[in-house]
Design a binder for this molecule. Structure first.
Ligand SMILES: [Zn+2]
Length: 406
């Protein structure tokens, strides 16, 4: 295998002639609207590009993910970029139309310009680079490029499906969620929970005959607010959190005492926090307040664009890969090679498909991509295009650096 430094020089040369094409590819991906569950058109576009760029295989799997394969070597690496986006709700706030992919100077604007279409543009172009390289070098790896669907609603599930139901078992996973060209190695997990309490209905004119389920719930809500303040900080992921995100109730009429109330809870989980701990905390609150209630972890269920049902409980485990892991080290080395500077590894605040690959399945996972995480889901999504080129260099070079280090 040629040494990584000479590969870098070679890849930079190839990529300098593809710069314009790379930017226009990202623009095209932004122009294809791909809300969660509506990814058919973009999946077909990606598969077509994979074929044009010389991938050895390109197809959509049973769920509807776009899957491409390059090479046949023993080290199996999976590059994932979810290609669904959240919706545009306030179009009037955008500087430029969100599906135009406006390029102005060094920047591109639009929904998905950060989260996370740049990674897919980079992966596809890196595939074309690797195809050129494979004419003279036998690739020492198998690279799967996955455009995953439904991630914004059910993070992790698309890769869980691919790995458990489609027989693709990678040794290493790279995620294309925005990291601003740093190597990320973990994230807080999350889960949702419901608490339901029951009362006794009565006419509002005789409320002393009833038991008001809302009043019972109030003390529970107060304790949850206190719990949020007391959750521990565990570095490097920081503090978990708990938020009551919705209250619903039920009464025979609006002139009656409600006999039912339910709260919906968003719980972010740091290290050493799991489902048992989170449910246990709520059980303690019910005990302390003397409120009889039930605690549930809701199940999420939706249909993919292919009509396949995706279903799992709303629990997405925390994960963190140690700094010294060979995957992190290879990532940091590649990042330094393409950016010319050393940067420390980091972690995401939000959730990613790593909840499945690393959190559930224990497959070493990192992330690297251009773009600022805090712009995700906002009307300010924009990308500095020179960073897209650097990321594409990274995606081309990284498999060689990794194989070289093993
Ligand atoms: Zn994302």
């Amino acid at each position: 295998m040629p040494d990584p430094e000479s590969l870098k020089t070679n890849f930079q040369k190839i990529l300098s002639s593809k710069k314009q094409e790379l930017n226009l590819l990202l623009q095209k991906l932004i122009r294809i609207r791909s809300y969660t569950g509506e990814e058919k058109q973009i999946v077909e576009f990606i598969i077509e590009k994979m074929k044009t760029f010389g991938f050895d295989e390109a197809y959509s799997d049973g769920l509807g993910n776009a899957v491409g394969r390059m090479g046949n070597g023993p080290v199996k690496i999976l590059y994932d970029a979810h290609i669904d986006t959240v919706k545009v709700t306030e179009e009037e706030n955008w500087k430029y139309p969100p599906f135009e992919g406006k390029i102005l100077g060094d920047k591109i604007y639009g929904r998905g310009a950060v989260d996370e279409k740049p990674a897919m543009a980079g992966y596809l172009t890196a595939g074309a680079v690797l195809k050129e390289q494979s004419a003279t070098t036998k690739l020492p790896f198998t690279l799967y490029v996955v455009g995953s669907v439904m991630e914004e609603d059910i993070d992790g599930y698309p890769l869980l499906h691919l790995i458990e139901k489609e027989g693709i078992r990678p040794d290493y996973v790279l995620l294309g969620e925005p990291t601003d060209l740093r190597v990320y190695r973990g994230q807080r997990g999350r889960m949702e929970m419901d608490i339901s309490v029951f009362g006794k209905s009565a006419h509002g004119a005789h409320n002393q005959e009833g038991i008001n389920a809302i009043y019972k719930m109030l003390s529970v809500v107060g304790e949850i607010e206190k719990l949020d303040q007391s959750l521990p900080v565990v570095e490097p992921l920081g503090k978990g959190s708990i938020t009551v995100s919705q209250i619903t109730s039920q009464a025979p009429s609006l002139c009656s005492v409600p006999d039912f109330a339910r709260i919906h809870i968003d719980r972010r989980l740091t290290l050493k926090e799991d489902q048992d701990k989170a449910v246990g905390e709520l059980k303690s609150i019910l005990k302390k307040t003397g409120v009889e209630g039930t605690i549930d972890v809701p199940r999420y269920s939706a249909r993919s664009w292919k009509g396949t049902v995706a279903e799992q409980e709303a629990f997405f485990p925390t994960w963190l890969l140690e700094e010294e892991h060979s995957l992190v080290r290879a990532g940091l080395k590649t990042a330094e090679m393409v950016s010319g500077k050393k940067s420390p590894s980091g972690t995401w605040s939000f959730s990613t498909n790593g909840v499945a690959t690393a959190g559930r399945l224990g497959i070493p996972t990192i992330g690297f991509a251009p773009g600022k995480e805090e712009l995700s889901h906002s009307d300010r999504e924009e990308l500095f295009l020179p960073d897209l080129l650097k990321a594409t260099e990274f995606y081309s070079l990284f498999p060689f650096v990794l194989c070289d280090s093993l």
